[in-house]
Ligand binder design. Sequence first.
Ligand code: SF4
Length: 93
Amino acid sequence: MEKKTLDERYGDEVLTDNTALKHFEQCKDCLFRDKTSVQNKECGWNKGCCKMYPYPETKPHEVYKNAEPCEYYEKEKALLKINFQKCFFHGVL
Ligand code: SF4
């Protein structure tokens, strides 16, 4: 019996749009999140592990569902973005 390819088996099915799912919301700006990026877009916060829950541990299900605050959550401080050239010409430096 010849095996069908994935495309042959599921080519006419409409797949779920997982981008509509909101999981790990509090992890997005947490200091301990995974900071992996794909095509310059950070997506590591959406992983099941982080620095406080390293593999093979996983983040709590309540964090996944946004049902309870994470006990380790710590908001990452925004980095100061300084335009050095602008500061130089305006006499700040
Ligand atoms: S410490 Fe908690 S809030 Fe921060 S990334 Fe890990 S699971 Fe998310």
